[in-house]
Design a protein around this ligand. Structure first.
Ligand code: IPM
Ligand code: MG
Length: 356
C-alpha cells in the first residue's frame, strides 16, 4: 500500500479546526482508495511566534521538505498585528512559500450547483456553470521585492518594489498555458502594462511563451478592467494568469462570485510534484472555536493535493462529489440559506466523510 507523508501546518484562528476536518476526510478517502497517510505537525505563523519567537522556524521548513505534501490552515490574527512586518505571521507564510520554491499558485473558482443562489451575481450572468482557474505567481513581485522606510527632510516614506525577471515570468506563463491547454484553451494574462514597466516585460514575455502554445488563445487585460469584467461577465474567463499581488486581489473577488470565500481551495506548486495546499481564506480569528468556520475550502484543498501531488485523481473527484452532495443537505453559517440545515465546522466534516 502506498504511504504518503503529509506535514500539517494548522496555523492560527480557525486553522486548527478546518485542518482537523480536512484530515478526517483525507483519512476516510485513504481507506476507500487503499492508500495510507502519515502526519507530522509543524508550527507556522502566530502559533510559531508564541512557541519559538519566529513565524517560520527552520524545523518547519525541514519537516515540509521531508514530506510529500503540506496542508496549511491559515495564519495571522490581531494578537500579532503590532509586530514589525518581517516578524508577522504573514511573513512566515511568505517565507514558507519562498523556502519551498512554490512559485505557482492555482486558485480554482468554481460554483457548486447547490450554491448558485449564494452568489451575489445574478443567475443569468453565471449561467450553467462557472469555472475559472486563477494562476497566480507566488514567489516574486512586490511581495518579495525590496521594501523599506526612510525619512527625508523630516518626512517619512515607505516603499515596496514590484520586480519580475524574465525567467520568473516564463515559468509561471508555462504553467498558465499548460493549464489552459488542458481546459478550454483560453488564457487571459492580467497586468497593468499601461502604467507599470514590470507589466510591460510580463506581457511581452507571456506573448513569447504563447508562441509555444498555438492551440491556446492568449488575451491580455488590464487588472482594473479584469476586476470589473469578473463581475460583469465572469463566464468569459477560462484561465487567468497574473502576478502575485494582482492574483491575491482577483482570487478573492473570484471566490466571492462562487458564493463564499469559505469554499475556495488552492495549490501552491514548485518545480516537481511537491505542493502546499491551503484554503484561500484567512484565519478568521473572530469566529475561531465557535464552530462557525466552513471547512470545505480546506477539504477541497485536500482534493487538489490528491490531484496534483499524490496522483490519485479518482480520490480527488470522490471528495469533490461528496462536497457537492453535502451542500444539498446542510450548510455552515457563511453559506446558510433559509430552510437549509445549519451545521458546525465539525458536523460538515462528518457529513462529507459520510457521503464519501
Ligand atoms: C492569500 C493571503 C496571503 C497573501 C496573506 C495572508 C499573506 O491573502 O494567500 O491570498 O496575500 O498571499
Ligand atoms: Mg489573499
Amino acid at each position: 500500500m502506498k504511504t504518503f507523508q503529509i506535514t500539517l501546518l494548522k496555523g492560527d484562528g480557525i486553522g486548527p479546526e478546518i485542518v482537523d476536518q480536512a484530515v478526517k476526510v483525507l483519512n476516510k478517502t485513504a481507506e476507500k482508495f487503499h492508500f495510507s497517510v502519515t502526519y507530522d505537525e509543524a508550527l507556522l505563523g502566530g502559533a510559531a511566534i508564541d512557541a519559538t519567537g519566529q513565524a517560520l522556524p527552520s524545523e518547519t521548513v525541514e519537516k515540509c521538505k521531508a514530506s510529500d505534501a503540506v496542508l496549511l490552515g491559515a495564519v495571522g490574527g490581531p494578537k500579532w498585528d503590532s509586530l514589525p512586518g518581517n516578524q508577522r505571521p504573514e511573513a512566515g507564510l511568505l517565507g514558507i512559500r519562498g523556502a519551498l520554491g512554490l512559485f505557482a499558485n492555482l486558485r480554482p473558482a468554481v460554483i457548486f450547483e447547490a450554491l448558485k443562489e449564494a452568489s451575489p451575481i445574478k443567475p443569468e450572468i453565471i449561467g450553467d456553470a462557472l469555472d475559472i482557474m486563477v494562476v497566480r505567481e507566488l514567489t516574486g513581485g512586490i511581495y518579495f521585492g525590496q521594501r523599506g522606510r526612510d525619512t527625508k527632510d523630516g518626512v517619512e516614506s515607505a516603499y515596496d518594489t514590484e520586480r519580475y525577471s524574465v525567467p520568473e515570468v516564463e515559468r509561471i506563463a508555462r504553467i498558465g498555458f499548460e493549464m489552459a491547454s488542458k481546459r478550454n484553451k483560453k488564457l487571459c494574462s492580467v497586468d497593468k502594462a499601461n502604467v507599470l514597466e514590470s507589466s510591460r516585460l510580463w506581457r511581452a514575455t507571456v506573448a513569447r511563451i504563447g508562441e509555444e502554445y498555438p492551440d491556446v488563445e492568449l488575451t491580455n487585460m488590464y487588472v482594473d478592467n479584469c476586476a470589473m469584467q469578473l463581475v460583469r461577465n465572469p463566464k468569459q474567463f477560462d484561465v487567468i494568469l497574473t502576478s502575485n499581488i494582482f492574483g491575491d486581489i482577483l482570487s478573492d473577488e473570484a471566490s466571492m462570485i462562487s458564493g463564499s470565500i469559505g469554499m475556495l481551495a488552492s495549490a501552491s506548486l514548485g518545480k516537481n510534484q511537491f505542493g502546499l495546499y491551503e484554503p484561500i481564506h484567512g484565519s478568521a480569528p473572530d469566529i475561531a472555536g465557535t464552530g462557525l468556520a466552513n471547512p470545505l475550502a480546506t477539504i477541497l484543498s485536500v482534493a487538489m493535493m490528491l490531484k496534483y501531488t499524490l496522483n490519485i485523481p479518482e480520490a480527488a473527484q470522490a471528495i469533490e462529489d461528496a462536497v457537492a452532495k453535502a451542500l444539498t443537505k446542510a450548510r455552515t453559517a457563511d453559506i446558510h440559506t433559509e430552510g437549509m440545515k445549519k451545521v458546525t465546522c465539525e458536523e460538515m466534516g462528518d457529513l462529507v466523510c459520510e457521503l464519501l
